[in-house]
Design a protein around this ligand. Sequence first.
Ligand SMILES: [Fe+2]
Length: 343
Amino acid sequence: MFDLSSVDLLDAFRRELELCKVKQDEHVVVLAEPDSRGDYVAAAFGAAKSLGAHVISATVPGGNPAPMDSTRTGAGPGLTSVLNDKAAQDLLKSADLVVDLTQEGFIHAPVQQEILKTGTRIIFVCDAPDVLVRNLPQESDKERVLAGSGLLKRSETMRVTSGAGTDLTVQLKGSHPEFQVGFADDPGRWDHWPSTMVLCWPEFSDGQLVLAEGDILLPFKEYVREPVTLNIADGHIEKISGGAEAKLLDSFFEDADDEWGRSLSHMGWGLMKTADWFATALYGKSELMGMDARAFAGNFLWSTGPHPILGRESYAHVDIAMRGCTVSVDGTDVVVDGRLVED
Ligand SMILES: [Fe+2]
């Protein structure tokens, strides 16, 4: 028996850490839990070392405070063992770059903001090896996502329509437009490999979202089979109607019993041209978090639950990737019928 998967991944991790601007003598912490992929820990460790960085591999106990199981959901509640341990937090704060290989990450845990404020960069990695390699970012992707977030920043309204019946108007004022680009290069930046998307955190949106066959529900990692209509008022889901997937969503929100479960969270569009809409069908659910689904070029991605801008802490995070939408920002089309439009 031999296991060379970490060696096989070394080039990709080295390229990723170069994109994260890891320099000689910087401090890299590879953060893992017992169920993290051992080959990723080894590949990240080796890549950091080969770039001349000081590297520490830290494994902390698993388990998170969210009521859902750790199935690579994307809810990002953080590990309880880190949330309750100042020494662990201090280690992460002392790093120049944290390679976060935990199953859920810390994106919606307030402690992550504290860590980032010290200048630490964090790159989260969770999807399957082929997904990482196929979607290895390019430096030029940053210009593309900055163009999209810049457009959102100077605009007032985003309108989303589709042939299936979606018609949602989103107020952009105060929505803190941002992006994911797949590498964490600037001090205090969190990012996710792989990802290329533009997003914002609006408070108010009104209209209806109609999910069509083939849209993707996360964290369930399921394709919609029967249309679902969601009526939205003031950024809240007022009513869900439709077939099996409507019942799935309604039950999720009911079971979550979460104050913000039915409130809309981040929304935006995908720019990752290498992403594969089919990936969700090709892999086992435990192998993916689902960044192909979240970021494929021309999707409209919206979500529910946590909203850091409005101070809403919530574990009820659903991401839904829709196809076939037209997304228009103050009259400029950025996605037309599910096709990405770029200058
Ligand atoms: Fe999300």
